[in-house]
Every structure is written in C-alpha cells, then in structure tokens.
Design a protein around this ligand. Structure first.
Ligand code: SAH
Ligand code: SF4
Ligand code: F3S
Length: 450
C-alpha cells in the first residue's frame, strides 16, 4: 500500500487535477497524446506544460527500437527524483512500451503507478483513481474496434496551423523485424464521417494543414470507402487546406491514389514510401511483400503522374544475414530513386518478433554502424543535390513560425515537405507566401518572398 496524501485522495475521490504529458515515438503517439488529453479533460483534468505543477505525469512511449526504450528507462530514473522533490506525484507509462512490457514497468524501477496500452485510454480516469488509492492500475487490453472515432483531440501543436488526424490504428503487415503489430494490435479504420467532421472543424478553427495518419494508410477501408476516396473528400474540404498522409506501404500504393494526388493541388507533392532495403533477399526475409523492381515501378508511376513529387523513405542497416552485396543494393536503390529525405536506422532486435524468434541478429555492431554511416552520408549528398536543384525556383510556402535564428525570419514548408527559411516581410503564421529559393544546406532551403 502506498502512502496516500491529500493530493492523492482528491484524485481518488473527485478526480480532476493537473496533467502533464510527454510524448516519444512516432506521429501516431502525438495524435494519441491529444486523445488522452481530451479524455482527461472530459473528466475534469486540466493540462499543464510544467512537470512541477502536475498531479499526474504521463509518458507516452515508443518500443520500436531498443534505444527508444533505453531513453524511457533513463527518464523513469529521473522521475524518481521528481517524486522525491514533489513528495507525491503520480507517474504513468502509456503507449507502445506499456503494451510491450506491461507489469515489468511497475516492478523494475518502482516509480511507475500506472500502465496503460494504446487501446485502453478510455479507462485512464478510472485507473488514475485506482492508482491514487494504491491499487494496481494496469490496462493493456488490445481491441479490434477502438479508434477513438468521436473523440475530439486537444491540440498540442504550437502553431495552430498543422494537425495530425488518425484515420486508422494498428497494423496487419507483420514485417519480421517490427514490434508495432504487437504493441498496437490489428488494423482497423476510423469512420469516414468522423474523419471528415474533424478535418472540417480544424479548417474552421484556422488550421491549414492536416496529416492523415496510420501505419499503412493505403489499406484504409470504411465500408466501400477506400483511401483514394477519403483523400479526395478531405482535399475537397477547401483548396486552402494542405493534405499530407503517412505512412504508405509500397505494396498497397495504388494508381488510383497517385491519380487523386495528381488531380488536387492541395494534396502535397510528397510521398513517404519506406523501402527498408534495396535487396530482394532482405525484402523477402523482412516479409515486406514487394520486390525492388516493384518498388522502383511504383516510384516511376509517381514521377510520371506527379513529376514535382518528393519521395522519402525509411531504411534499416544490418538486418539479419545482410551481406555487403545486400547493403550495396540499398545504396544503389537510394541513388536510383534520389530520395529527398530518409529516416535511417540500425537494425534493433525486438523480443518476440518473427526475426527475433527465427533469425540470428548476426551483423556486428561495428558493421551496422559502418553501413548506417555510409547510408547517412549518401543521403546527405542526395538531399543537398535535391535542394540545389530548387535554387532559383519559386515555391508556395505555408508559414509555420518564426525561425530560431532571427526574429525577422520565418519558416515554413513547401508542398514537397522541405523547410524554407525566409525574410518575413509582414507574412503571418498560417499564410501562404511565394518564396524564391536563393541558397540551401542539405537540410534547409533559404529564400525570400517574391
Ligand atoms: N508503418 C510504418 C512505420 C513503422 S515504424 C511503415 O511500415 O513504414 C518506423 C520505421 O522504424 C520503420 O519504417 C522501420 O524503418 C523502422 N523500424 C521498425 N522496426 C525496427 C527495428 N526492429 N530495428 C530498426 N528499425 C526498425
Ligand atoms: Fe511495422 Fe511493417 Fe506494420 Fe510498418 S507495415 S508498422 S514496419 S509491421
Ligand atoms: Fe510509433 Fe514507436 Fe509505437 S514508432 S507505433 S510509438 S513503437
């Protein structure tokens, strides 16, 4: 039994109090934190951005690679100091690591009061009350139906311009290296109507960009409505609303979706199409269900219909059994596609995945590091080359905020999802401005309003 003080008693009886939330991992987690804040708000809680004011601290976690989890363990160690300083505060772990490790999170550091997985956020208010009276507060049930469809998320973006909108949850793909199907459960789509209502409402409140989110948005299906139809309907809400989406699985990116993007100017010219590897042998053992040739055909289809489209990817270095030739195939794929941007990782074995159960994690840490470094260096060259090609061109930029470097400078993004820093000239956050690019680095374009 834990010590119960007045603060805990208040949470246990009336509910309410201040909640602080910290988010790690992917955009899905950012969206989920907003759902959690909404559920808690409806139960009398108020959000605080200061950890020292909080009655309840929630950490929304990621389990995709070991280093993501190590970061959370480090944070939990720091939470012990926070608890000591505060006398009493509730610490909850939610998200993918909560789903993966369950009770272990409570046992190991003796600092966690609450463990809640991604499909159980509706039970948070009850579980906070349970934890406040020293009860065992854990819910890691996965669901086949939960999409939090009607919940209107409390937005945590800083600018009031771009918002994430979850359109589906879970994943059925079972890539052999990946823990996500285990932490987020089976794939399910949110209702078309609630998505459209949410986006409309965002637009009316001044938002100018939405990113439709799912682990594999191309397999969205609500009754007869697939992703192409959803994308079209969202784009038609207003030509002033930019539409992005992530992530597309290469095996499911259809011509129909490419055609919808091509026919709406406000659907952004940027597709995130994770390849993972350029080697057919690796793609096969990864269970990605496409070949290098299929992938390259999809890239040609994109470039043919939308020549100005940027393409980004995720790549894994040093997966089980990866040879020098496999690695060279990844480098050559990168060159062939000419990616604008990439997220690049060393393979990290995740317990209980197919790879962990049946394949040897046999590439040494040194070789993984060396291959990853080569991949990163090549991507820097490709990004720089792509940015240099933009010099002299004019882009429509949606203004997102003030540049960190100088108060007179603003930053925003092109339709291709490239960051542009430029002189403000009276433009405001949320405006569209035409910017001519004058110079660049591998990460940023610099320009001025025309
Ligand atoms: N659903 C998305 C992204 C899921 S996780 C997709 O399929 O593309 C984001 C990225 O993390 C993956 O694309 C992959 O590149 C990487 N990743 C997933 N599991 C990993 C692991 N065990 N080790 C290293 N990288 C991993
Ligand atoms: Fe993981 Fe593959 Fe699903 Fe992406 S598609 S979340 S990599 S299992
Ligand atoms: Fe996202 Fe990490 Fe979970 S990448 S889905 S938060 S394991």
């Amino acid at each position: 039994m834990k010590k119960i003080d007045a603060q805990a008693l208040r949470l246990a009886t009336a509910g309410g109090g201040k909640i602080y939330i910290e988010t790690y991992g992917c955009q899905m987690n950012v969206g989920d934190s907003e759902v959690v804040l909404s559920i808690m708000k409806d139960n009398g809680y108020e959000r605080t951005e200061y950890i020292d004011n909080a009655d309840v601290i929630l950490i929304n976690t990621c389990a995709v690679r070991d280093n993501a989890e190590q970061r959370i363990w480090g944070r939990l160690f720091e939470m012990r100091a926070v608890k000591r300083r505060r006398g009493w505060v509730m610490v909850g772990i939610i998200g993918c690591m909560a789903e993966r490790l369950k009770e272990e999170l409570m046992e190991r550091e003796q600092v966690v009061d609450l463990v809640v997985g991604p499909d159980s956020y509706r039970s948070l208010p009850d579980l906070v009350r349970t934890a406040a009276t020293g009860g065992k507060a854990i819910n890691v049930m996965l669901s086949h139906e939960e999409t939090y469809a009607e919940i209107s998320p409390v937005r945590t973006d800083k600018n009031g311009v771009s918002a994430f909108v979850a359109i589906m949850r879970g994943c059925n793909n079972m890539c052999s290296y990946c823990v996500v199907p285990y932490t987020r459960g089976a794939e399910r789509s949110r209702s078309f109507e609630t998505i459209i209502n949410e986006v409309r409402n965002l637009f009316e409140r001044g938002y100018r960009e939405v990113t439709l989110l799912g682990q594999n948005v191309n397999s969205y299906m609500d009754g007869q409505v697939g992703f192409a139809q959803l994308l079209r309907a969202v784009a038609e809400i207003s030509p002033l609303l930019r539409v992005r989406f992530a992530t597309s699985h290469p095996k499911d990116l259809s011509d129909e979706v490419i055609n919808v993007i091509a026919s709406y100017k406000n659907i952004c010219r940027s597709i995130h199409l994770p390849a993972q590897s350029g080697s057919n042998v690796m793609l096969q053992v990864m269970n990605r269900k496409y070949t290098r040739e299929w992938y390259l055909e999809r890239i040609s289809a994109i470039k043919k219909s939308i020549p100005e489209c940027s393409v980004s990817t995720d790549l894994i270095a040093g997966f089980c059994g990866e040879t020098e030739q496999d690695h060279a195939d990844t480098l050559s794929l990168m060159n062939e596609v000419g990616y604008e941007f990439a997220y690049m990782f060393k393979y990290s074995e995740r317990p209980n995945t197919k790879a962990a159960r049946t394949m040897a994690d046999d590439i040494s840490e040194d070789v993984k590091t060396a291959r990853l470094t080569e991949i990163i260096n090549l991507q820097n060259e490709l990004s720089l080359a792509s940015n240099k090609r933009d010099i002299g061109k004019v882009f429509e930029v949606l203004v997102e905020g003030q540049s960190k470097r100088s108060a007179e400078q603003l930053f925003g993004r092109t339709s291709q999802n490239k960051v542009v820093v430029f002189d403000g000239r009276g433009a405001k956050v949320g405006d569209y401005v035409d910017v001519v690019v004058n110079s660049c680095s591998s990460a940023t374009l610099m320009g001025e309003v025309v």
